[in-house]
Design a protein around this ligand. Structure first.
Ligand SMILES: *Cc1c(COP(=O)(O)O)cnc(C)c1O
Length: 377
């Protein structure tokens, strides 16, 4: 049996006619940048996230960058975030010239630990970027109260968490900004790059709309220095169609995750394979990834053997950001963020995409169980 990590073709085939028709419409209109289709998709996403406004942008990375720019964050400023995230979170902070300050993660959710944030705050701190990794929202209430107490901006990196809920509230709508990515492998993926920023604040929404188009308003008059962070009409048209199916897909992912938990339990592997858990505050986990922990020192070996057995799997992420070569100037050492470093050593993402079958999950569990038992001796 072969089990890919992700199979986007099945999804496409199931909605091919609808997608082709909308692409045809965009081609017939020859209206490719922003315009009514982007406007419609922004309304759809704002409604989905229960925020008044949304601003379509070129990618999740640009969404993060643009929020920092809109807040005027730059040289001399500090932004607190997690070292256990995709590069773009920290890349955005550095690109505006600010300094990333890392707070270690909670080992259960893999998200920034609120208790670690307080110690990072200095007179230079301007913002906190919690990341909702793998589809589970970070513990937002304490983060929001720390931010309120110190006058900090909160930018949610919800790139992996569209539709996820924290105590009944949707990802992206709790902080000052929420950033989403429509990279093809996210739960809502486009036919290329795309992203979105949501915000509850009208003046911020206006500024974002201006920033994404070179800070231009009206045409050829620039009060701000923005950039080209625009979303394509083709992406918006495809994403508007796919958004209608998002809840169904995210529910299927969560069902697959629950089935894995049952199957690993039945396999009796105990602590050799530790399944991800939803925190008590998580009212909806959307499982962009299903990452198990393989404690011990054999994750890399098992990862290779599982791939050899035709099970797609991946490590998100093997090197925590404080140890990346490009951030060496920040002066961090191994051992400084032990939970992030342990997660980087132990986690392995298994296939959890909506169309995955029960038989495929059984194969994944049986194969992995066999391999970890062998590795553990
Ligand atoms: C995917 C992702 C991004 C970047 O999104 P792009 O659209 O690929 O630029 C940022 N942060 C996290 C946590 C992500 O998973």
């Amino acid at each position: 049996m072969q089990v890919p990590l992700l199979d986007l073709k099945q999804q496409y085939v199931s909605m091919r006619d609808e997608i082709r028709a909308t692409i045809d419409d965009v081609c017939d209109s020859q209206y490719f940048i922003l315009g009514p289709r982007v406007g419609q998709f922004e309304e759809d996403v704002a409604a989905y996230c229960a925020t008044p406004g949304a601003c379509g942008v070129s990618s999740g990375s640009d969404a993060l960058l643009m929020c920092l720019m809109a807040e005027g964050i730059g040289h001399g400023d500090e932004v607190i975030t997690t070292p256990y995230t995709f590069f773009a979170t920290v890349g955005a902070i550095c690109r505006v010239g600010a300094t990333p300050v890392f707070a270690d993660i909670d080992p259960v959710t893999f998200n920034i630990a609120p208790a670690a944030i307080e110690a990072c705050i200095t007179s230079g701190t301007k913002a906190i970027i919690p990341v909702h990794l793998y589809g589970q929202v970070a513990d937002m209430d304490p983060i929001l109260s720390i931010a309120a107490e110190h006058g900090l901006v909160v930018i949610e990196d919800a790139c992996q968490a569209i539709g996820a809920e924290y105590r009944g509230r949707r990802a992206g709508g709790m902080g000052d900004y929420g950033c989403f990515s429509f990279f093809p492998s996210k739960n809502l993926g486009g036919f290329g790059d795309g992203g979105m920023v949501v915000t509850r604040d009208e003046s911020r929404a206006e500024k974002l709309a201006c920033f994404r188009n070179h800070g231009m308003n009206p045409k050829y008059y620039h009060a701000l220095i923005g950039g080209n962070f625009r979303l394509d009409a083709l992406q918006a048209a495809v994403l508007s169609i796919k958004l209608r199916y998002l809840d169904q897909w995210s529910t299927a992912r969560a069902d697959n995750a629950a089935d894995y938990v049952d199957l690993f339990e039945q396999a009796g592997v105990g602590d050799l394979v530790q399944c991800p858990a939803a925190a008590e505050f998580t009212t909806r986990h959307i499982y962009n990834q299903f990452c198990v922990r393989l404690p011990g020192e054999h994750r890399d070996a098992v990862w290779q053997e599982l791939r050899d057995a035709d099970v797609g799997c991946e490590v998100y992420y093997p090197v925590p950001l404080h140890l990346q070569e490009c951030f060496r100037h920040l002066g961090h050492n191994a051992g400084e963020f032990p939970e992030s470093e342990r997660a980087a050593r132990e986690t392995l993402a298994l296939p959890v995409y909506p169309e995955l079958t029960h038989e495929q999950r059984i194969y994944v569990v049986e194969t992995l169980t066999h391999l970890v038992r062998q590795a553990a001796g």
